[in-house]
Structure formats: structure tokens, C-alpha cells
Design a protein around this ligand. Sequence first.
Ligand code: ZN
Length: 140
Amino acid sequence: MMAELPLPVPSPDNQQFWDALTEGELRIQRCAACNTLRHPPRPMCPQCRSFDVEWVRMSGRGTVFSYIVTHQPIHPALVDRVPFATVIVELEEGPRLTTNLVDVSPAEITIGMPVEVVFQRASDEITLPLFRRSAGARVG
Ligand code: ZN
């Protein structure tokens, strides 16, 4: 059997992030006291130290902020996947997510490339927020 990549393990801090993805929504934590968005999810607001939290649906649109290309398979499940790019996407609302792009080879990635979220179901509990080139920005 082929090795499979380990999946994220939800914690009390990020359970709602994963639950929203399972429902097909990208929701990000927002401080209920000062409205600062933050990601990854954590208990306390870094701006005002409030523990009051709400979850806000994002548009799913963003741009490539940065990326790095991996050539060595650092896990048995990656042997057939190299080279692959790990990408930091900056959402139009501000927060940044570490993710992968689908249907874009590492050589095609550019900083500032418009992207939009796609939901890739990995298990009953985990749906991964991956990104693809935005429809309006597709190159022929
Ligand atoms: Zn705050």
C-alpha cells in the first residue's frame, strides 16, 4: 500500500476551522473585542489579549504571497509528488494560509498570482483548503 500523508489533527483551538471546511466554507478566527482577524487559530488576541472569538467566512480569494519548491521527498508519500510547491496565500481579507496550489506546476507560480480556495476532502473530519488560479487569471 502506498504511504499516505499524515492529516492535520484538530485541537480545541482550531476545531471550528476544520468543521467549516468540512461544510465547504473557509472561516477565519476574528477577535470579538477588536475585530482583528488571525490565523492560525489561537486562544488569545495578539492585539488586545481578549479571549473572545468569532468565526468569519472569507471570500476564498487571495494572492500568492510567497512559495518554496521542494525537490526531495521528505516523506514516503511524497515520492511521486516532487517537485511540489508549498505556498503562502494572502487572503483578500488579510490573513495568510500555508497551503498548496492545484493544477499549477511550481514553474508557473508567480508572486501576486490571483488564486481562489478549493476544498479537498481528505477524510470525514478533514477537508483541506487548497487553492487554484482564479478563473479570471487563467493563462491559456
Ligand atoms: Zn483583539
